[in-house]
Design a protein around this ligand. Sequence first.
Ligand code: SF4
Ligand code: SF4
Length: 84
Amino acid sequence: MASVITKGCTKCKKCVEPCPVDAFHEDADTLVINPETCIDCGACIPACPVGIIYAEEDLPDNLKNFKDINLEKSKTLPIISENN
Ligand code: SF4
Ligand code: SF4
């Protein structure tokens, strides 16, 4: 299981610092979480000021497609860390 960034990301990056692994990737519009890196610790979920990060098992039906979006985008986008 992994956490999933859904729609409405403002790219504030407040979710990045609490993450114990480098699970976040970025494009021009959004951050995404690499499900192969995420250890499902949940630390990023309360850190998001707009509340758009969900544990995979808690995804509402209308946002379930973001699981695949996070997976596909994270394959090609650069990793970001709290230092960049
Ligand atoms: S659930 Fe934990 S490991 Fe996964 S992206 Fe969030 S902070 Fe990182
Ligand atoms: S904290 Fe939320 S809005 Fe900010 S970058 Fe992370 S997912 Fe996007």
